[in-house]
Design a protein around this ligand. Sequence first.
Ligand code: CMP
Length: 134
Amino acid sequence: MERTLVLLKPDAVERRLIGRILGIYEEKGLKITALKMFKPSRELVEAHYVEHKDKPFFHELVAYLSGGMVCALIIEGENVVRTVRKINGATDPAEAEMGSIRGQFALSKQENLVHASDSPESAEREIKLWFPEG
Ligand code: CMP
């Protein structure tokens, strides 16, 4: 069974959208198998976004994600990586389909509510970072 790592970012938590977003994944029939909420360290967020370390928005992105509470979850299911990315919508909310989470609820490219792994390999790497306890 495939797994993916999902983050409900600080804007989702601050806007009280946790329940609504979890409901969208669950109503689709996906299974949430782990969930925790905490304020991640700068080191964890830098390791998570290492592939973006040379991008101009990297420092702001790290400050934003490590600046508030994040809800981290593992979701399991068939083709869950692709399915969850479709449910989340495009990174830029202006491009995201209206039925997606970002299409419905987000406006900003940075504060775009959710993160999901982009491949099964990234998912396993990210799960190890966010759930080191196993
Ligand atoms: P995510 O899917 O978590 O992957 C990388 C994140 O970087 C992305 O969501 C956004 O939060 C952020 N991001 C991507 N592109 C930009 C951009 N052009 N400006 C600011 N933040 C961005």
